[in-house]
Write a protein that binds this ligand. Structure first.
Ligand code: ZN
Length: 410
């Protein structure tokens, strides 16, 4: 193995789980393949397991200035996401008895989509959002926002300035953090003595169960089991007090943590999930190697289906120019020889090309206009919603191929 050192415990002995080869950055859409193809950077995508602290992670850390070159600000959060934020904030406010003397903080607070609900309920808020243009939008919406990266230094400064969090949110941040120890030490520093941090992140158990290998890309550095989280947080004097499984993003955990010295006790959900992970063998690399075998079987089965359909003269396209689609197409070697286009609703993406494979991205109307026989659904996490939107295509005989967790035609 290389000299890679675990982002959590510093251990240098990493076990290989899965190699997805070298892939381009999954969110870096190509404007002009004729110009950019030669310069398109590729980075290794290797998934490893740390036998000391149980963390599953990729070995490559792409510098943020390269990774987020094309950082997109989506002002319109989905209705589902907003409804979830509203429900979660109401629940935390009631459970923690938050009021006008409390402080609600969110890390990577974006435009204040979540904190707005605390504010409406009379709880003072503070966002932390490093993208300055987005922090500015939040400020304009009345959400005080610190335009900095979160870590131990910032957390210590804020705590010294009496800005300690009674409730702290961080949704879909933990997977992206390169300096894990600084980040978690920062959570300890900014939490009030009896404060609670509520963290949401994709759950490794679901990724394995549902063969969601395409959620592996360079922006996602770490893939968490509760066992790995326990190692990490306990080292920083934080205790796990509750955990719930959510269906969001193919399966996520909503974890609550508090300072060791807090009076809050762990509810039975934490030990129950730790026991389940132990029963399943998630503390051993053998468990993850089974996943690698299933990914290769999925590749064989999807490629065989597409090759057969092409051989029969069928026309094929795809739907969803998301990062996971880039992982699937690049690691399975599916390109323009197979797919005519990728349809996507985002006008920002239309007119550009998928990274690496350079399939053109077009508006969804192209599906009905050109009637491909089969459409490969790359954004399978929105399958029900997209199949509903594409009912007219399906009524006229068009079919969707859903690749994950196993190849099905719908
Ligand atoms: Zn480790």
């Amino acid at each position: 193995m290389s000299a890679f050192v675990c982002r959590s415990c510093g251990g240098s002995e990493q076990h290989s789980i899965l190699s997805l080869g070298s892939t381009p950055l999954a969110n870096s859409l190509v404007r002009d393949p004729a110009v950019e193809a030669a310069a398109e950077p590729r980075y290794p995508l290797e998934l490893v397991f740390c036998p000391v602290c149980l963390l599953v992670q990729i070995t490559e850390t792409v510098p943020p200035e390269v990774l987020f070159r094309d950082y997109l600000y989506f002002s319109s959060f989905s209705d589902t996401m907003l409804a979830h934020a509203r429900e979660l904030t109401a629940r935390m406010k009631a459970a923690l008895k938050l009021g006008e003397r409390s402080l609600a903080v969110e890390i990577a607070s974006n435009d204040g989509y979540l904190l707005q609900y605390y504010k409406q309920a009379g709880v003072p808020v503070m966002g932390i959002e490093p993208a300055r243009n987005i922090a500015k939008v939040a400020e304009e919406r009345g959400i005080p926002t610190v335009p900095e990266f979160f870590g131990l230094q910032l957390a210590t400064e804020l705590a010294a300035d009496r800005k300690r969090a009674d409730v702290l949110h961080a949704n879909n941040v933990l997977a992206h953090v390169a300096d894990l120890n600084g980040f978690v030490a920062g959570i300890h520093a900014i939490l009030a003595d009896e404060g609670v941090a509520a963290l949401e992140f994709p759950y490794l158990g679901d990724m394995i169960d549902h063969c969601e290998f395409d959620t592996i890309y360079h922006e996602h550095l770490c893939y968490y089991s509760l066992g790995a989280i326990k190692h990490l947080f306990e080292r920083h004097h934080l205790k796990l007090i509750a955990v719930e499984r959510l269906p969001i993003h193919g399966g996520s955990l909503l974890l609550q943590v508090a300072r060791d010295g807090s009076a809050r006790a762990a509810d039975p959900s934490v030990q129950a999930l730790l026991d389940e992970e132990n029963r399943r063998g998630m503390g051993s690399v053998d468990f993850y190697r089974g996943f690698a075998r299933r990914v290769l079987a999925l590749k064989d089965s999807l490629r065989a289906l597409l090759t057969r359909l092409k051989g029969e003269g069928k026309r094929l396209a795809a739907y969803g120019a998301a990062a996971k689609g880039s992982t699937l197409l690049n690691t399975f070697g599916i390109g323009r020889e197979t797919l005519d286009f990728v349809a996507d609703r985002s006008t920002y993406k239309q007119g550009r090309y998928m990274p690496g494979v350079h399939i053109p991205i077009v508006p969804p109307e192209q599906i009905l206009a050109t009637m491909p026989d089969y459409t490969l659904l790359l954004t399978w996490n929105f399958a029900d919603e997209i199949l509903r939107q594409q009912q007219a295509y399906r009524d006229r005989g068009g079919k969707f191929i859903v690749p994950v967790p196993e190849v099905t035609v719908r």
